[in-house]
Design a protein around this ligand. Structure first.
Ligand code: F6R
Length: 634
């Protein structure tokens, strides 16, 4: 019953003009404002319920509501929280158990109403702990594992009289993944957090400090942040931040500057974050390429701190990732194998560990993750390192766990991705994979510098081409609006078009709730073609006619095969490719590009299609049902 969630905390002086003495009738205190604003920013992490607790006088006050955060807002208006110096807030994505008011966080611990706690993650041994507590007379108000931690903490506080010491004494008994944040009415100037395997960062203010599951929680107030490591406890007061390990040793955390623009987490006039992020893709790709070439045009990846001799010796690459990031990995495989001649596999991170993969010091494991917190991917990285493999992470979130636990990281500079469905991060991930592939090819002598330079030039030209696709979006938007009542859509592609087809299908499933599948076009005749019926919509991603072998003509044949069986064919083809016109209901043209780079263009109309279709259906494209942005449980 643990959850993966957004969490935020604030500690400061009571709001200007407000009485320092907590007053239950006062409204608009800074603690409540900051925590609520943080929850709004974090809502993409989970939106089954939301809640806030603040220290108000002799007690801790809690408001919590199931459903989206607007429900909590209504509750706060009806029953305002008092002036307070400290507060914690939580937005939940339930892993088990109903998203009810009672199961919403914060949870109270003890019976004196003085302590509240929020939790992100799963406490795996909660059942015996709960049984023990119940045997001792503790009454539970919810079905969550999290409430166990609240009661344990209250008991420990009763013994120690200090929230930090109490936190330290309970974490040793908890198994699983967790971030815990707690407040206590007797120590109203502080919030205490504990972190194991779930994310937590500190925001540094002046006379006030913050905690968040990511920097979005407090980016309106500060850009200065501290990274926390595994198994660390942090205590924030208005003027101090103290970090110790679970064992009690003092830690000096690394400070970093968050260069994400606060505006980047706003919609900027777009109807949804997803649409905004689709339009940010030229910049996401350009920024990912930025600063990675020398003035003479050679590729440099200064951040890849792995011994070049070791990189020359690797004989296998395994890409591990989930969902969209795994499709980026599939695109990468074609490029890396072609450029570097290193056998490359792509594996879903959650399958990887369980098949006992063959790994050694000559294996390079490349993890791809937007959030850097996906638990399945993190576990795959840990497994790979235990087996002696070197791990490079391709990640969009600075200070997140996966890069921290990898040997090296290549950051994608896509900026914060708020919409649950990944778009700009996907393009940035593919771009970073190309850079890695070219770097290895350069280092290992598979390619001459001028060859690498030419491909880099082709890559530099991609952002303007993506812009052209965006400028021509109206055609695909109209197709989407006309298909509002469609029940099923198939996507076909070959070579790098195959992962594009799967990504197109995933986008449609997750935001428009339409059954969709992506196939390798060549596989069709081995079974799936039986699905084709009169009017079945089929997107086909056609490779360049100037590309390799006979791939283009084979895909054109595939279009004919499905059309002959009644399919409505929607074709994505390269500008100037007249050969497909005769077989297509609609042709969506994208600019010319080298075959291996084509996914950066071909996927864009599919993203626009899903976004527009979901919007036409009246769905919330940014927060699709049942999903959460950052999947921090296995
Ligand atoms: C789909 C989507 C997910 C993520 C996947 C991995 O639109 O967003 O499939 O790609 O959950 O997440 P990260 O990249 O954060 O590891």
């Amino acid at each position: 019953m643990g959850d993966m969630c957004g969490i935020v905390a604030y500690v400061g002086k009571p709001a200007n003009g407000a009485s320092a003495k907590p007053d239950a009738s006062a409204q608009g205190t800074r603690a409540v404002e900051v925590v609520y604003a943080g929850l709004e920013r974090l809502e993409y992490r989970g939106y089954d319920s939301a809640g806030i607790a603040v220290v108000g006088g002799d007690a801790v006050e809690v408001r919590k509501k199931s459903g989206k955060i607007v429900n909590l807002k209504a509750e706060l208006t009806a029953d305002p929280l008092p002036v307070a110096s400290a507060g914690i807030g939580h937005t939940r994505w339930a892993t088990h158990g109903a998203p009810t008011d009672a199961n919403a966080h914060p949870h109270r611990g003890g019976t004196d109403g003085k302590l509240a706690l929020i939790h992100n993650g799963i406490i795996e041994n909660y059942a015996p702990l709960r049984a023990q507590l119940e045997a001792g007379g503790v009454e539970f108000a919810s079905q969550t594992d999290s409430e166990v931690a609240a009661h344990l903490l209250a008991k420990a506080y009763a013994k120690t009289g200090d929230l930090t010491t109490a936190m330290q004494s309970i974490v040793a008994n908890l198994e699983g993944a967790f971030t815990l944040l707690a407040v206590h009415a007797d120590q109203p100037d502080r919030v205490v957090g504990a972190r194991r395997n779930s994310p937590l960062v500190v925001g540094l203010g002046e006379g006030e400090n913050y905690l968040g599951s990511d920097v979005a929680a407090f980016i309106d107030y500060t850009r200065e942040a501290l990274e926390l490591g595994q198994d660390e406890i942090v205590t924030i007061t208005p003027d101090s931040v103290e970090v110790i390990t679970f064992a009690g040793e003092s830690v000096t955390p690394r400070q970093y500057h968050v260069d994400w623009d606060a505006a980047a987490a706003q919609k900027d006039g777009y109807p949804s974050f997803m649409e905004k992020e689709i339009h940010e893709q030229p910049k996401a790709v350009a920024d990912t390429l930025l600063g990675r070439t020398t003035p003479s045009g050679e590729l440099k990846l200064d951040e890849l701190h792995i011994d070049p001799a070791l990189l020359r010796s690797i004989d296998k690459i395994i890409v591990v990732a989930c969902g969209t990031a795994a499709y980026a990995g599939q695109v990468a495989r074609y490029a890396i194998e072609h450029w570097c001649r290193i056998p490359t596999e792509v594996e879903l991170a959650h399958e990887f560990r369980y098949r006992d993969p063959v790994l050694n010091s000559k294996t390079l494991v490349v993890s791809i993750s937007q959030s850097g917190e996906t638990m399945d991917t993190l576990m795959a990285v840990r497994h790979a390192r235990e087996q002696g493999a070197k791990c490079v992470s391709i990640c969009n979130t600075r200070g997140s766990t996966i890069p921290r636990e990898s040997d090296a990281v290549i950051y994608t500079n896509a900026g914060p991705e708020i919409a649950v469905a990944s778009t700009k991060a996907f393009l940035a991930q593919i771009t970073a994979c190309y850079l890695l592939g070219l770097f290895l090819a350069q280092l290992r002598g598979n390619k001459y510098a001028d060859e690498v330079g030419r491909i880099l030039e082709d890559l530099q030209a991609i952002p303007a081409k993506i812009q052209t696709v965006l400028d021509n979006a109206e055609q695909v938007k109209q197709i989407a609006r006309d298909m509002e009542s469609t029940q099923s859509v198939l996507f076909l592609g070959r070579h790098v078009g195959y992962p594009v087809a799967m990504e197109g299908a995933l986008k449609l499933k997750e935001i428009a709730y339409i059954h969709a599948e992506g196939f390798a076009a060549g596989e069709l005749k081995h079974g799936p073609i039986a699905l084709i019926d009169e009017g079945q919509a089929v997107f086909v991603i056609v490779p360049s006619p100037h590309g390799r072998d006979s791939l283009h003509s084979k895909v054109v044949s595939n279009i004919q095969e499905v059309r002959a069986r009644g399919a409505r064919t929607l074709v994505i083809a390269e500008e100037g490719d007249e050969s497909v016109k005769a077989y297509a209901e609609e042709v969506i043209y994208v600019p010319k590009s080298p075959s291996l780079l084509a996914p950066l263009l071909g996927v864009v109309p599919l993203q626009i299609f899903s976004c527009e279709l979901a919007t036409a259906k009246g769905l919330d494209v940014d927060q699709p049902r049942n999903l959460a942005k950052s999947v921090t449980v296995e």
